[in-house]
Write a protein that binds this ligand. Structure first.
Ligand code: IMP
Length: 409
């Protein structure tokens, strides 16, 4: 069975925790896109792990994790992360695999990334990890794939500096390299969890272009870049927060106003720990954007939604969510492709009453306060998509499951 988990906003929705949680029932976890630009925080029995390249499932001693075809693999960053895991007692050898179709980030790509960003009139706010450059090289057919490491004919085309860099990693990468399509076809009866990076609004095609990352963060990526065909996805889960955040530049219609909502913004940022795992940057914060969430459901065929960070609103008397935009006087209910329209979009907000109660200990959906249930029901009706899992804290235990994605109903 193949379950796909993607971010339904601009990344940082809490996918790391959810993948870690859902991985309990999976045998294989495949991350299909992104690279060291991403950051996942997982809390295990009070211990915190920050992962960037390695799929979250690695913390389970019995799971195999795969870095998929759509990933941009920075060997230096990957082995530093694996060393950190080994030092903390995680035995990863033999169960961290890498698709040999994945592309490699060369050190000079990071420099080019930073130089390109510095020369942009409208900077994107990239993480500087060379991700966009790796995908550009891939598209222009000048990239280096893992498979090339073992093909002397490909290596002769490389600049001596690039060649000696990747040759440094060849012996360490060799035992990890697999043909992902073949591997998954041999494990077709396994429970496989496909983990997307970033979120659909940062996807190159479905996102707020050009203020996006360069990989496939949408569910389709699980097929094209995760080693299966599109009809083999049994379920697609979209993870979103009770509010919205965004890192880097680009349109964000529901962003809190710097002057009139600065206190609320700081409250959400601090309570939700909204600081980048990769860059430490404070995240931009705002109310939930239902127009964008419905768009995410449509472009990704999301079967069910996973709501996280609901507990961040525990102490608020009231809060709002965006149900439409007003763009230069015109009311619209769809998510526009034009950056200008998104920048001009004034959110039409609906007010919700807060529940004023800690949700941390809640284990059942029926035990959630009525006001919290009202918020959830409204989102479900608006997006025409069920919310099957609700997260009310960082720990695995702080999760309410209404319907497991691993059960075929
Ligand atoms: P890049 O992926 O480094 O090229 O950055 C492009 C944009 O995507 C920037 O706005 C980044 O802040 C954003 N971005 C990249 N990875 C993540 C992530 O994991 N979470 C949130 N934003 C991200």
């Amino acid at each position: 069975m193949n379950v796909v988990v993607i971010g339904a906003q601009w990344g940082d929705e809490g996918k790391g925790k959810m993948v870690d949680y859902l991985a309990t029932d999976a045998q294989i976890i495949v991350r299909f896109s992104g690279g060291a630009n991403a950051g996942h925080t997982i809390v295990r029995g009070g211990e915190q792990f920050a992962l960037h390249l390695i799929p979250s499932g690695v913390l389970y001693p019995d799971k195999t994790v795969v870095l998929g075809t759509g990933m941009a693999i920075d060997p230096e960053a990957m082995f530093a992360e694996l060393d950190m895991l080994a030092q903390r007692g995680i035995d990863w050898k033999g169960r961290v695999l890498v698709s040999d179709r994945a592309h490699i980030v060369l050190p000079r790509y990071r420099d080019i990334d930073k130089a390109m960003e510095a020369s942009r009139k409208n900077p994107i706010g990239t993480t500087g990890r060379g991700i966009g450059v790796t995908y550009s090289m891939k598209s222009s057919r000048d990239g280096v794939r893992l498979a090339d490491l073992f093909d002397p004919d490909r290596l002769v085309n490389l600049e001596p500096e690039d060649r000696s860099y990747i040759e440094r990693w060849r012996d360490k990468l060799a035992p990890m390299a697999i043909d992902l399509v073949d591997y998954l076809s041999k494990h077709r009866h396994a429970y496989v969890l496909f983990e997307g990076a970033q979120g659909t609004l940062l996807d190159l095609d479905t996102g707020t272009y050009p203020f996006v990352s360069s990989g496939m963060s949408c569910a389709a990526g699980a097929a094209a870049q995760g080693g299966i065909g599109p009809r083999s996805m049994d379920k697609v889960l979209g993870v979103f927060k009770a509010y919205s955040t965004r890192v880097g530049n680009g349109p964000f219609p529901t962003e809190f106003d710097n002057d009139s909502q600065s206190e609320l913004c700081q409250f959400v940022r601090d309570t939700g720990r909204e600081y980048g795992v990769t860059t430490g940057r404070p995240r931009r914060c705002g109310y939930l954007d239902l127009v964008a969430l419905r768009y995410a459901c449509l472009t990704n065929s999301i079967d069910s939604l996973v709501l996280t960070h609901l507990d961040v609103y525990d102490t608020l008397d009231s809060f709002e969510a965006c149900v439409a935009y007003k763009v230069r006087g015109k009311l619209i209910e769809y998510f526009p492709s034009s950056v200008r329209d998104l920048e001009d979009a004034e959110p039409v907000l609906r007010t919700f009453t807060g529940w004023k109660k800690s949700l941390k200990e809640t284990k059942d959906y029926d035990h959630l306060p009525q006001k919290a249930q009202d918020y959830i029901s409204f989102i479900e009706e608006y997006t025409e998509t069920a919310i099957d899992i609700v997260s009310v804290g960082y720990d695995r235990a702080e999760t309410i499951v209404r319907k497991s994605p691993w059960i075929r109903y």
